[in-house]
Ligand binder design. Structure first.
Ligand code: PGA
Length: 257
């Protein structure tokens, strides 16, 4: 973390978990535990069906609500999809774009991520853009080639001022939901190289202002060490965001001096 230049953001990604009543109960429980949020922003990205309940439950707390996906068109014949302004009207502040599960199971590409990032920003939503290599790509030593391509295409046509609103989540696919966390050195190294890429695209001032999260089996035990890396400015947390004490412990780790 480097709080001098950028916000630390701890975001939960609930994936396809929790009904509205379960969401309400979990947020109520979390609210009681999140006392120390001074140094970081706390976000919960929840299923579409939970958004309205979650926004209401989080009212008066430091928790902002995010969505896990959206469509890039404003409206029209896209059965089953949800647009940016639909999210905005419900009080959503963040939206995850290009999570590896969406890329893998729902054919999301760097090009659709690019359209979504632009539309999110136009509508006042902060995109959490996910990038990351597969295990094969890491073994083939092409991690940075893959990630640079993902970042550069997803941010094509995004201006410097717009880029400052983007959060990047580095999520090595082999670490997601596997319990196999990247070492803090691995996470720190890739996040630093993502910042180098942003520097080439937007200059030093903008690059140092952009929040870069790590995601992939982050938990109460390893959070402090990962967040101690200077270029790891937060976390995108799946499994551990479904349990209030675990998520609260990660937020505490982000609030340590
Ligand atoms: P995990 O998921 O923390 O359960 O590994 C992270 C993510 O997919 O964002």
């Amino acid at each position: 973390m480097n709080r001098r230049y950028r916000k630390t953001i701890i975001a939960g990604n609930w994936k396809m978990n929790k009904t509205p009543s379960e969401a309400k109960a979990l947020i109520e429980e979390m609210k009681g535990m999140l006392s120390k949020t001074k140094w970081c922003e706390v976000v919960l990205c929840v299923p579409f069906t939970d958004i309205q309940t979650a926004v209401k439950a989080a009212k008066g707390s430091k928790i902002a609500i995010g969505a896990e996906n959206m469509h890039f068109e404003k409206s029209g014949a896209f059965t089953g999809e949800v647009s940016a302004d639909m999210l905005k009207e419900l009080g959503v502040k963040y939206v995850i774009i290009g999570h590896s599960e969406r890329r893998q199971y729902f054919n999301e590409t760097d090009e659709t991520c690019n359209k979504k990032v632009k539309v999110a920003i136009e509508n006042g939503l902060r995109p959490i853009l996910c990038v990351g290599e597969s295990l094969t790509e890491r073994e083939q030593d092409v991690t940075m080639e893959v990630i640079r391509k993902q970042v550069k295409i997803a941010l094509q046509g995004v201006t410097v001022d717009e880029a400052k609103k983007v959060v990047i989540a580095y999520e090595p696919i082999w670490a997601i939901g596997t319990g196999k966390t990247a070492t803090s050195e691995q996470a720190g190294e890739v996040c630093a190289k993502i910042r180098d890429c942003l520097r080439e695209m937007y200059g030093a001032r903008a690059a140092r202002a952009i929040t870069i999260q790590y995601g992939g089996s982050m938990n109460a035990k390893n959070a402090a060490e990962l967040l101690a890396q200077p270029d790891v400015d937060g976390g995108l947390i799946g499994g551990a965001s479904l349990k209030a004490p675990d998520f609260a412990a990660i937020v505490d780790a982000a609030n340590q001096n």
